[in-house]
Design a protein around this ligand. Sequence first.
Ligand code: SF4
Length: 172
Amino acid sequence: MAEQNTIRVIDIIFDTFVDGPGMRTTVYCAGCRHFCEGCHNPQTWKFDQGTAMTPEEIMAAILEGSPSSNITFSGGDPLYQVEGFAALAKLAKENYDKNIWCYTGFLYEEIVADARLRQILPYIDVLVDGLFVLAERDTSLSFRGSRNQRLIDVPATLKNPDGVIVPWTSWW
Ligand code: SF4
């Protein structure tokens, strides 16, 4: 796993349209221990690969490669390196007003119940949560691979006093 506040980055892909709405830059990190059967990216599972980058270095690369794009965190599972991704999300949100999507194999309920994991939530616009489940695979879905995964409107859900999850529907 990366040292606190650095992220092991496998790749940064610019100008993609598949990891959320509109043109986005996707940061692919190393490391996942969910080991979903049928995972689309098993080559990302090992933690000791890629390049260790600080949130500031990643932000600079994003701005240089595609200044106006919004941002998606993927992997691997970004929440295994939550300290670094929370710092990156805070930087991107507060300094550059980016819309931020984050993919994770953890469930929202697990994240919100864990002080370490939930530190990222205030800076995330949409969380795509849950394991990839082969039996629930559906290639007609937008922005997710299996029907059990949810597109969660995080700001609206955090504001909900009863904690009921608000699904993301559309930007427009
Ligand atoms: S959570 Fe994502 S990256 Fe991790 S094993 Fe499952 S599908 Fe693959």
